[in-house]
Ligand binder design. Structure first.
Ligand code: NAI
Ligand code: MG
Length: 355
């Protein structure tokens, strides 16, 4: 019996509605498998916790999480708590302390979905590899002349380490090597950002020399954003810094038809620390509590967890059933349907059991 101890952080807003669906799906496929078991341990950390206790998680939160194989998270964010507090108090410490330097974000127009880019639907399938521990999201900087009307100045320093760039770029080349098209595009902006981005480009070219069979290209991120709309089928693997990867992957979510579907994995590839699996979307305060959150982003995220632990056929089985539901239009309002979160869950579980 393979047993995995999973820390569950539903977080805020719709995270509390979508996480149980993901868990239910994983339990169902574990039962079908017979030799697989998930032990869940749930933590009530997030903005509500912050409003009661003044912090997003306990001081020893990271130590507590380190005892688990992996982390399954919903979303954090609440209009009563500034977003930089919720992000820097929970998600960013987890990503950094556990060296989850790869943020994997697949983009694919699943069977049954209609992309806003209708002509090319079925051929859109690529993966975004986002750097997840450094870069533009840095705590270095400050405010000079705070409060002075004319002189007040904000400074924010990016940090791109050689190790940080090399490991994410190398991971992306390894991914690209395994795909059919063997194509890798790196997002850059070395025309405007003259220190970090030329450094990133230089490392990309160095590593490209080690992978002669991968078709590698650097593209400025602004042009890349435009091409993702005009010619999304051209992409296979995209590697990007923390900020660029964040923006491109929301665009990827839109290309798929709804951000409510997009999955993401924060990986520590060496397995020294737990990895964390969470959908791309946030806590969606505008729809939270209405039971209409699309749980499929969380469910596809569960598939990424299953793949990460080597259960490829279970992951495929879940994604197949997800696509059956999309084709049958058993979907929530964000995809134009009339179904509730629980209806989608019920349909998923029933079909999974009957495959
Ligand atoms: P959001 O992703 O929460 O919502 C954007 C729009 O997409 C909203 O109209 C929402 O209703 C819709 N949406 C998102 N997920 C959906 C789903 N599963 N089903 C149906 N509709 C869905 O992004 P927003 O509004 O920028 O942020 C809200 C809060 O979430 C903020 O506090 C933000 O900081 C936080 N956030 C947290 C993230 C995380 O925990 N990883 C990621 C992004 C935002
Ligand atoms: Mg984002």
């Amino acid at each position: 019996m393979k047993v995995y101890d999973i820390a569950v952080i539903p977080g805020d807003g719709i995270g509390k509605e979508t996480v149980p669906v993901g868990q239910k799906v994983m339990e169902t496929v574990a039962d079908i498998h017979g030799g697989l078991k998930f032990n869940w341990h749930s933590f009530d950390w997030g903005c509500e916790y912050y409003l009661k206790k003044g912090r997003m998680m306990p001081d020893d939160g990271i130590k507590t999480l380190s005892q688990f194989h992996h982390i399954f998270l919903g979303a954090v964010g609440n209009p009563q708590v500034p977003d930089h507090i919720s992000l820097w108090g929970l998600l960013i410490p987890i990503r950094r302390q556990f060296q989850q330097y790869i943020n994997l974000r697949p983009v694919q127009v699943l069977r049954g979905l209609t992309s806003p880019l209708k002509q090319v639907d079925a051929t859109i399938k690529f993966i975004i590899v986002r750097e997840n521990t450094e870069g533009e999201y840095s705590s270095v900087g400050g405010i000079v002349n705070r409060g002075l009307e004319s002189g007040e100045t904000a400074l924010q320093v990016s940090s791109f380490s050689r190790t940080g760039c090399e490991r994410v770029i190398r991971y992306a080349f390894e991914r690209a090597k395994q795909t059919e098209r063997k194509r890798l595009v790196a997002a850059t902006k070395s025309n405007g950002i003259i220190h970090t981005m030329p450094f990133w480009d230089r490392i990309f070219k160095e590593i490209a020399a080690e992978y002669p069979d991968v078709d590698a290209e650097l593209t400025h991120v602004d042009a890349l954003a435009a091409k993702m709309i005009l010619k999304p089928q051209a992409y296979d693997v995209i590697v990007a810094s923390n900020l660029f990867g964040d923006i491109l992957s929301d665009l990827g979510g839109a290309v798929m038809g709804s951000i409510g579907i997009a999955p993401s994995a924060n990986l520590n590839p060496e397995g020294r620390y737990p990895s964390m699996f969470e959908p791309v979307h946030g806590s969606a305060p505008d729809i939270s509590g209405k039971s209409i959150a699309n749980p499929l982003g969380q469910v596809w995220t569960a598939c990424l967890l299953l793949e990460h632990i080597g259960e490829y056929s279970l992951a495929r089985r879940v994604l197949d059933v997800v696509q059956d539901l999309l084709e049958e239009r058993i979907v929530t309002p964000d995809l134009g349907g009339r179904y509730k979160t629980k209806d989608v869950e019920h349909a998923l579980i029933t079909r999974l059991k009957n495959v």
